[in-house]
Design a protein around this ligand. Structure first.
Ligand code: F3S
Length: 64
């Protein structure tokens, strides 16, 4: 499974990289970006789900 951020929807609220700095970072404009290719494991899937639930713009999705 992979986590992705829809850059069209992200408004830079920053909850993702605050909650899960191992999974997300931010670009020069303060928009969230996925670190690496976003592949999730048993340890990171819950953090990714938490970030997904907390993104006000619903910009984070988890793909099978
Ligand atoms: Fe963007 Fe949502 Fe993170 S708006 S910075 S993907 S919390």
């Amino acid at each position: 499974m992979k986590v992705v951020i829809d850059t069209e929807l992200c408004q830079g609220h920053g909850r993702c990289f605050t909650m899960a700095p191992n999974l997300f970072s931010f670009d020069d404009l303060g928009s969230g970006v996925v670190i690496g290719d976003g592949t999730l494991n048993d340890e990171t899937i819950e953090l990714a789900r938490l970030a997904q639930l907390n993104c006000p713009e619903h910009a984070i999705s988890i793909e099978e």
